[in-house]
Write a protein that binds this ligand. Sequence first.
Ligand code: GLV
Length: 346
Amino acid sequence: MADARPVVWVSQPLVDAAIAPLRAHVELITTAEVTAWTSAQLAERLATVDGAIVTLNERIGAAEVAGASRLRVIANVGVGYNNLDIDALSAAGIVASNTPDVLTETTADLGFALLMATARRITESERWLREGQWGQWSFQTMLGADIHGSTLGILGMGRIGQGIARRAAHGFNMRVLYHNRSPLPAGIERAVGAAYVDQATLLAQSDHLLLVLPYSAASHHIIDAAALARMKPTATLVNIARGGIVDELALADALANGRLAAAGLDVYEGEPHVRAELLALRNVVLTPHIGSATLATRAAMVAMAVDNLLAGLDCAGRTAAAMPSALNAGEASASRAAAAGKGKKR
Ligand code: GLV
C-alpha cells in the first residue's frame, strides 16, 4: 500500500534536533548543504510536496507554486516574510507561517550590540590594533558617541523595537523616541519607556536611530538621501530589519562625507552581496544578518516552524485552525474551498 504520509521538504540545513520530531509524522526531504535555489529549482521541489519549511533565502511566489498542486503549507523560519508573496500563496490555497516572538529578545540583543559596536567604534578599533597602528595610548584615539543618556530613535515599534526600547530606557537611561504606523497604547509606552513622535522629529532628534520596521513597498528606501539629511551629522544609524529599507548608496555617501557619523548594518539590499561603497568605509560595522543567530533561538524558531507545519497539514493530532502563527489562514482556506467547489484538485 502506498505511504499516505505527507511529504515535507526542508530547503536548507537548519537545527537537526528540532527537525527530527517531524520524521515520526511525515516523509522528510532535507537539504544537507546551504543552497542558493533558483526559481526553477524551487518550482520543481515544491511541485512534489505537501509542505515546506523554508528560510528568507527562498523567494516564493506565483511562479514557484504554479505546479505545486499538493502544497498546503509553507512554514518560513524567520519573523520577516518578505521572501513570500502572501497574496500569490493565498490565491493558490497555500497557508504560510512565520516565527514571531521566539526571536524577539535575541534580535533586540543584536540590535543593541550593533548600536554599541558602532557608536563606540569597537570593530574599527580592533582592526586598527591588529594592523599594529597602536603606537602609544592617546587621549584622542577612537573617540565615539555616548550611548547612556543619549536619545535613541526607533523606527518600527513591534516586538523587537519594544525590546530595544526597554534595554535603552531601563538599562542605559536613554531618552527613547519612536515612530510607527500607529502609536502604542499608553500602558505599553510607559512600560517600555518610549514616546511617540512623527518621523521628521525622530530623524532630527535621534543621536542613534535603529531601524526595526518590516520591509514592504511602503518602507522601501524610507531612509533615503532626504531622510539622512534630516539626521544629526553626529548620529549613528543601525539597520537590523531589511536592507531595502535604506538607500545604501545615499548612506555610503553620507558616511563618506561627514553627514552621518557611523552606521551598523546587519542586513543589505542585495545580500549576501555587500556594496563596495560600504565595504570601503571605516565608520561602518557590518555583520552578516545574524539578528536571531543564537543556538537556543534558532532551535526555537525551527521548533515553531515544525509546529506550524504539522498543524497546517492536520498532522500529529493538530489541526490547521491551531497553527501557532499562520499569516493567511482565512484567505488560503477560502481559495481552497472555491477551488474544491469548481472541482479543481487542491
Ligand atoms: C530574520 O531576519 C527574520 O526575519 O527572522
